[in-house]
Design a protein around this ligand. Sequence first.
Ligand SMILES: C[S@@+](CC[C@H](N)C(=O)[O-])C[C@H]1O[C@@H](n2cnc3c(N)ncnc32)[C@H](O)[C@@H]1O
Length: 282
Amino acid sequence: MSTLSSIQKEITSSLAIKLGLSTRESLIEAKFILEYVLKRTYAQLYSDRSIILLKEEELYIRNIIKQRLQKKPLGYILKEWDFYGETFLINSDVLIPRQDTELLIDLIFKEYKKETQINICDLGTGSGIIGITLARRFKNSQIMLTDTSKEALIIAQENINKFKLKNAKTLYSNWYSEFPEVEFDLIVSNPPYIDIDDPFLKKDNLQYEPEKALFSGNHGYADIEIIVNNARDYLKEGGQLMIEHGYNQSNLVKLIFENAKFLSIKQHLDINSKIRVTSGLV
Ligand SMILES: C[S@@+](CC[C@H](N)C(=O)[O-])C[C@H]1O[C@@H](n2cnc3c(N)ncnc32)[C@H](O)[C@@H]1O
């Protein structure tokens, strides 16, 4: 028989010892597992740490840990992950949402009023986290979520349904190949940007995620170049392109924006003072 407190200790120590997670990481994962299995918020769970778990709850938790110790990412075991305060459905066809991507949302929320009526495109939407978070905020705007992975678009659509959104639609498109005759006020993207030939890349940690969500040719810049070099054709005059990129890609990404004749190019820092987003106007 385990109490909440004892099972939490067991989860954190096995994740730390057997997977080498930091204390913080193992505590976060333990929190997600307990919330998920016991279907209560952490605040509710935290208020009584002596709760005794039901046999089936304990078995369920041990099964999750067993899979996790085989290095399967927790998001793919639970089939959901949090982004910007909401829980999204995910599976191994989509990237697990990264906290880094919340910077794009912060910047957009700061710049555009809630009531704004604009056309937005989320290019390479994966599970739909960016487009859907924007659609929930900008109820008077229309959001198009695109991807070249049909499997990803199924998950994005499930998330659109989950949040009962009427102003978000998915589109299968190889970047701009299938774009309709609509001009956008804002195109936002978190494209694949990891250099597949990076000698320092720990591919082990990424082996479960879809390759086309992560890696890009030309030292990680191939997809960024396509997106930036063609965005003008799909943006209104004064429209904006905003993309996430790697912390060490800011100089070249700026150059790509400059060569594509973007105006008012801005680069934005994350909480670690690294430039992770570049934007520009046409
Ligand atoms: C880094 S993931 C980002 C997913 C999601 N937007 C997020 O932030 O979690 C990049 C996404 O771009 C999609 N993608 C890759 N190549 C593409 C292409 N040629 N056209 C459209 N989408 C593409 C991938 O399928 C993947 O979903």
